[in-house]
Design a protein around this ligand. Structure first.
Ligand SMILES: Cc1cc2nc3c(=O)[nH]c(=O)nc-3n(C[C@H](O)[C@H](O)[C@H](O)COP(=O)(O)O)c2cc1C
Length: 609
């Protein structure tokens, strides 16, 4: 699908909001998109007059944001429900020798479809090469690259499809990484250590050779999705594009190197990475909802910029959930189910809620066939591909409520866990993860709730009574709320104004063991006990099971910000917040129309109380 087609259709269906008011690429445009994407039926946004007021610059290229605006739009981009795509993949995986003529024809039609997955290389000029800026003329300042957050170091390309190839030229890769603009012709490539783009980079580094790279922006929004698809190494993500579209992706060669890109993208930045040239990247407010720390990443020298005659600059905004990756991640989750089942056949279904930032929480339904089966699947998940970034995994039996019926699912789980249900181990974690006590590795927490219902044997008090007793025991405690008190293992979330390690508070609280089972500690700052959606985000992202989970007479989990007193010697990251002044200006201009309740609910700006 051409981007023009997508936008025309979006306009017809009322999914597109066009904003003609001149808005700044620094904070204003991203703040509008960040607020919009949190609405349940959020719109695709096209900003026709981007400006950079500080630089007195007006851009000719409009900015497109929130392309995956909601479930309906996402389904339109895929042209069908992602479950249907999963079904087609499943059929290919399980193709068996046909026994009748009808079966033969059916198998043939499925196999025939595969002829369309392979990218085709064209010798012609692509429409993405209608305008060419070469050498010195290739100036990134003509592109309305955005600065998303007040404390970001600068501007970042956030929807760049990064095309690379292996040193021997045999394999191509497409990965989606944020890219920091360093100057008019230099960028920093944020391919993280576990990613295929980075593996290719290391081949070039070892050989002492410069690495050709192409960053494509725009075109069919499905390219953008393919960039984040966690395919195994050496499988070019555009094969998946061909499979989903049932149409060979058409590629053209870049002008200054031999990387191939889709011919119909809007903008292509061609360049070369010198494997000896690194620069500090960040800070950048990421999809964890926190600023990620500064780390060195390789620098790309821009050699050429090409574009369509009337290009659009596509960008996305990340931050606290929900953001656009809610809808992209939903499709990924559905489409990858049959692939996951190839290694874990007794997996029935799984779900990664966006407020668990995907890799911080997975809930899976399985068909347990033997003792320890859930734990076997946990190890499988933690051991392979990008699923190994997963932190916390909860397993339920086939008869459990739907995986998105959170209320009943939580009750089901809490009624089935004992000390024996937990598995804590260590593995790799996402490079952005801040809760580990050291970078890249950390604890994994598995909960097996596939067993029988257990007996309830605690005496539940009301919140006020319990709070009074808890406050008497420790002054750090400021508030609490109990959840699921009608289950065998109620959860008490306790707010603390931390003056010492939480473990000390936890030890003292054991005095109340007849009234407590699961105790989760959060900071007093920016946590609302009546907002479970954001509590799940905060809690699942803020604890390392190796250090912060205590299975004793009561079960404790420390989801507070850590410091040296806790034995945590990294720098705990700051929350991302929109600039209050910018939000006020946008409200006054009637560009955004949300009230304080909305801003508070999603912690969009910082509140003093
Ligand atoms: C909006 C968005 C931004 C992302 N930014 C990065 C990034 O900066 N660095 C990174 O390594 N992965 C990032 N990812 C995740 C990768 O796109 C994803 O892991 C992908 O599968 C990597 O591809 P590769 O393993 O082929 O290199 C991002 C994903 C999304 C949806």
């Amino acid at each position: 699908m051409k981007l023009e087609q997508f936008l025309n259709e979006a306009k017809k269906k009322g999914w597109l909001k066009i904003i003609d008011e001149p808005l700044d690429v620094n904070l204003e445009i991203p703040h509008v998109a960040y607020v919009e994407v949190k609405k349940p039926d959020s719109k695709i946004l096209l900003f026709t007059n981007p400006v950079d007021r500080a630089k007195n610059r007006k851009y000719d290229i409009p900015v497109l944001m929130n392309s995956f605006a909601n479930f309906e739009v996402a389904e339109f981009i895929f042209a069908k429900h992602p479950d249907e795509i999963a079904k087609e993949i499943d059929e290919i995986i399980h193709l068996k020798p046909p026994e009748s003529l009808t079966e033969k024809l059916s198998s043939l039609s499925k196999l025939f479809k595969l002829k369309n997955v392979f990218p085709k290389r064209s010798k012609k000029q692509g429409s993405c090469q209608e305008i060419k800026y070469l050498g010195e003329n290739a100036d990134l300042d003509i592109i309305p690259i955005l600065k998303t957050w007040p404390k970001d170091v600068g501007k970042f390309i956030t929807a760049g499809q990064v095309y690379t190839k292996s040193l021997d030229g045999k394999y191509q890769n497409l990965g989606l990484y944020r890219i920091q603009k360093l100057s008019k012709n230099k960028l920093i490539m944020h391919w993280q250590v576990h990613k295929d783009g980075n593996h290719f980079f290391h081949e070039y580094k070892k050989a002492g050779k410069k690495m050709p790279v192409a960053i494509a922006i725009g075109g069919d929004p499905l390219y953008f999705w393919c960039g984040q698809a966690p395919l195994p190494p050496n499988l070019f993500e555009l094969l998946l594009y061909g499979f989903i579209r049932n149409e060979n992706p058409k590629l053209v060669k870049c002008l200054t190197n031999d990387i191939y890109v889709p011919e119909d993208v809007d903008i292509v930045i061609e360049g070369e990475v010198d494997p000896e040239n690194f620069a500090p990247e960040g800070p950048f407010g990421d999809h964890t909802g926190y600023y990620t720390p500064v780390e060195d990443f390789p620098v790309l020298d821009v050699k050429a910029i090409t574009m369509k005659k009337n290009p659009v600059y596509m960008a996305t905004v990340v931050g606290k959930p929900p953001v656009e990756d809610k809808y992209m991640g939903w499709a990924t989750e559905r489409i990858f189910l049959p692939l996951l089942k190839t290694t874990t056949p007794d997996l029935v279904d799984y779900h990664m809620p966006e407020n668990g930032c995907f890799h911080n929480l997975l809930i899976a339904k399985i068909k347990p066939l033997y003792k320890g089966h859930a734990k076997q699947i946990m190890h499988a998940f933690w051991g392979v591909g990008q699923m190994s970034f997963l932190r916390n995994a909860v397993f339920v039996n086939e008869d459990a409520p739907s995986l998105t019926d959170y209320e009943n699912l939580a009750k089901y789980i809490l009624n089935r866990i004992t000390e024996k249900s937990f598995l804590i181990t260590e593995g790799i974690v996402d490079q952005l993860d801040h809760s580990s006590y050291e970078p890249l590795v950390g604890g994994k927490f598995g909960i097996d709730s596939t067993g029988k219902v257990v007996e309830k044997n605690i005496n539940v008090l009301n919140d006020n009574e319990l709070l009074e007793k808890a406050k008497e025991i420790d002054e750090d405690i400021t508030d609490l709320k109990q959840f699921f008190t009608d289950t065998a293992n109620p959860i008490t979330v306790i707010k603390v104004n931390k003056t010492k390690p939480v473990k000390e508070v936890f030890k003292k609280l054991k005095q109340l063991k007849q009234h407590l089972r699961i105790v989760i500690f959060v900071d007093d700052y920016m946590n609302d006990l009546n907002n479970p959606y954001m509590l799940v985000w905060r809690i699942t992202g803020n604890f390392d099971p190796l250090h912060d989970v205590w299975i004793e007479e009561i079960w404790g989990l420390d989801a507070t910000a850590k410091n040296e007193k806790d034995g945590y010697f990294r720098k705990w990251p700051e929350d991302v917040f929109c600039d209050k002044g910018v939000i006020e200006t946008l409200k006054n201009k009637k560009i955004i129309d949300v009230d304080d309740g909305f801003l508070r609910k999603f912690q969009i700006v910082e509140f003093g109380d």
